[in-house]
Design a protein around this ligand. Structure first.
Ligand code: HH2
Length: 258
C-alpha cells in the first residue's frame, strides 16, 4: 500500500503533494513502482496534529480522487469522518482506512452499504495527545481485544468479515517498547483470522532506535516491513514502494514463492 499524503503537515512528506496534480503524479509513480493499493489521506494524524473540518478534508481529497478514477489499482481513503467516507466512496474509493476503527457516530453506517473494504486500526487516545503517556497492562492483549470488539461492531452493522482488515496501529498511542512488543507478537493479531495491515514506514520509533530523521529512515523502514510480513502482515503501508517490493522479494524467495 503506497501512501499519498495530500496534507501540508504530514510528518515525513508534509506539503509535497498538497497540489492535486502533484498528488496524482506521485500516485502514478507509486503504481509504477509496484503499489497494489494507494492510500490517500488529507488529514495528518502525526502526534500533536490538530484536526481539520470535513469540508477542508474533502476539498483536498476531491480533485485527487477525481484524478485517480482512471487508475487500475484500488484506492483507499484514510479518514475518520463519516461525511468524508461517504463522499470518498461515491467518488470511487474501494477502501476506507480509519485510524479510529469506525468509532465516530455514523461511521459504521457510512461504510456498511458500500461493499468497500475497511481497515480498522487501534489507537490509544487521539493524535493531539496520544504520545503523552501511552500505558497498557498488556499491550498485545488489549490491542487484540479492541480489534475483536471493533470487528464485531462492524459485522453487526452489516459489514461482512471478508471486507475487513485489522491494524495494531504502530505509533498511535504507543511507546517504542509497545511498538516492538506488538511487532514481536504480530502473529497474535493475525490469529484474529483477518488480513493484518502494518504501518512502520519512517515512523518516529525507527528514529528513536537509529537516531535518524524521518527522511533518512528507509533502511529501518524496510527492516520493519520485512519483520512485519514475516510475522503475518498481509499489507504494508509504505512511502517507499519500489524499495519495499525489493525487500519483500527476498523474503518471498526465501519462502520459495518466486
Ligand atoms: N499511519 C499513518 C497514517 N495512517 N493508517 C493505518 N491503517 N496504519 C498506520 O500505521 C497509519 C495510517 C501515519 O503516517 P503518515 O500518513 O505518513 O503521516 P501523517 O499521519 O502525518 O499524514
Amino acid at each position: 500500500m503506497g501512501v499519498v499524503n495530500v496534507t501540508p503537515d504530514s510528518f515525513s512528506d508534509g506539503g509535497r503533494y498538497l497540489d492535486p496534480g502533484a498528488a496524482v503524479a506521485h500516485a502514478r509513480a507509486l503504481v509504477e513502482e509496484g503499489a497494489d493499493i494507494l492510500d490517500v489521506g488529507a488529514e495528518s494524524s502525526r502526534p500533536g496534529a490538530r484536526g481539520i473540518s470535513a469540508d477542508e478534508e474533502l476539498s483536498r481529497l476531491a480533485p485527487v480522487l477525481e484524478g485517480l478514477r482512471e487508475f487500475q489499482v484500488p484506492v483507499s481513503v484514510d479518514t475518520a469522518k463519516p461525511e468524508v467516507m461517504r463522499a470518498a466512496l461515491a467518488a470511487g474509493a474501494s477502501m476506507i482506512n480509519d485510524i479510529t476503527a469506525l468509532r465516530a457516530p455514523g461511521a459504521l453506517a457510512a461504510v456498511a452499504p458500500s461493499g468497500a473494504a475497511i481497515c480498522l486500526m487501534h489507537m490509544q487516545g487521539e493524535p493531539r495527545t496520544m504520545q503523552r503517556e501511552p500505558s497498557y497492562r498488556d499491550v498485545v492483549a488489549e490491542v487484540a481485544a479492541f480489534l475483536e470488539e471493533r470487528v464485531a461492531a462492524a459485522e453487526q452493522a452489516g459489514i461482512a468479515r471478508e471486507r475487513i482488515v485489522v491494524d495494531p496501529g504502530f505509533g498511535f498511542g504507543k511507546t517504542v517498547a509497545h511498538n516492538f512488543e506488538l511487532l514481536r507478537s504480530l502473529e497474535r493479531i493475525a490469529a484474529l483470522g483477518l488480513p493484518v495491515l502494518a504501518g512502520w514506514s519512517r515512523k518516529s520509533t525507527l528514529g528513536a532506535i537509529t537516531g535518524r530523521p524521518a527522511d533518512d529512515r528507509l533502511a529501518a523502514s524496510l527492516a520493519a516491513a520485512l519483520l512485519a510480513v514475516e510475522r503475518g502482515a498481509r499489507i504494508v503501508r509504505v512511502h517507499d514502494v519500489a524499495a519495499t517490493r525489493d525487500a519483500l522479494a527476498v523474503l518471498a524467495a526465501l519462502d520459495g514463492k518466486s
